[in-house]
Design a protein around this ligand. Structure first.
Ligand SMILES: [Zn+2]
Length: 217
C-alpha cells in the first residue's frame, strides 16, 4: 500500500554522486586503454571501485524496506497473468534499446555500461576490474552501472518482451523494483521522460580493443 499522498517518484533513492564520478573514471580508463596506457587505466578502474557504491546498491536491492520500497512483501509468484513465452530481444535489438535510451537508466538517469565492455575490462585488467561470483567479489561500479533491460510491466505480471515495454536500467533500479509494478512503488512511467542523448556510449568504443584484449594484461 502506498503512503497517503505520496508523490510519484522516478526511482527508489536519488543516485549518489559517486556513481557519476565512477562513470567518469571508467570512461577515462577506457580512453587510456584505447591509447595503450594500461598503467593509468588500471589506476582509474581501481579508483572507481568505491565501497560506498556497493552500499548504495545493496540498500536498494537488498532486504525489502517498506520506507524505501513502499511495499512490505514481494508479489506472490504466479499471482499475475501468465508469463509471456515470447523470447527476449536479440543482442542487436537489446543494443538498439540501450542506444535509444542514450545508455542511461531510464529511471534514475545514471549512465550505464555495456555488459560486454564490462567483461572486456575484466579480461584486460582482471586484478582491478574484479568480477567474481559473489557480490563482494565484484567491482562496485562495474556492477552498479551494468546495463540491463527492464520490463516496465514485469514479465512475471504479464509484461511482454516487446520493445515498448523495455527500457534501459541500472543495477539498483532493475533489481530494486523486481516484480513490483510502477504503481505499487509509486514510480512515474519512465517513458514519460524523453531519453538524454549525448556522447555517452556505454563504453562501447572499447569494442575496438576486443581483438587485441588478450595482449593487454
Ligand atoms: Zn537507475
Amino acid at each position: 500500500m502506498l503512503p497517503i499522498h505520496a508523490p510519484a517518484r522516478r526511482c527508489f533513492l536519488t543516485p549518489i554522486p559517486q556513481l557519476m564520478t565512477a562513470a567518469d573514471l571508467l570512461s577515462s580508463a577506457a580512453d587510456c586503454l584505447l591509447a595503450g596506457d594500461t598503467s593509468d587505466a588500471r589506476q582509474l578502474v581501481s579508483e572507481a571501485d568505491m565501497p560506498v557504491i556497493g552500499a548504495y546498491t545493496a540498500l536498494v536491492t537488498g532486504a525489502v524496506n517498506p520506507l524505501l520500497h513502499w511495499q512490505s512483501t514481494v508479489p506472490t509468484a504466479g499471482a499475475g497473468p501468465e508469463r509471456s513465452a515470447q523470447r527476449m530481444p536479440s543482442a542487436s535489438a537489446e543494443h538498439a534499446i540501450y542506444a535509444r535510451d542514450g545508455w542511461r537508466c531510464r529511471y534514475c538517469g545514471t549512465r550505464v555500461i555495456d555488459r560486454s565492455m564490462r567483461a572486456l575490462l575484466h579480461r584486460c585488467l582482471p586484478d582491478v576490474a574484479r568480477w567474481g561470483a559473489r557480490n563482494a567479489d565484484k567491482h562496485t561500479a562495474l556492477a552498479a552501472l551494468s546495463a540491463s533491460l527492464d520490463h516496465i510491466l514485469p514479465h512475471s505480471r504479464g509484461g511482454t518482451n516487446d520493445e515498448p515495454n523495455l527500457v534501459t536500467a541500472c543495477n539498483a533500479c532493475q533489481f530494486g523494483r523486481g516484480q513490483w509494478t510502477l504503481e505499487e512503488v509509486g514510480f512515474f512511467d519512465p517513458r514519460e521522460h524523453p531519453p538524454v542523448l549525448d556522447e555517452w556510449d556505454g563504453l562501447t568504443r572499447l569494442s575496438r580493443l576486443a581483438a587485441t584484449s588478450n595482449g593487454l594484461q
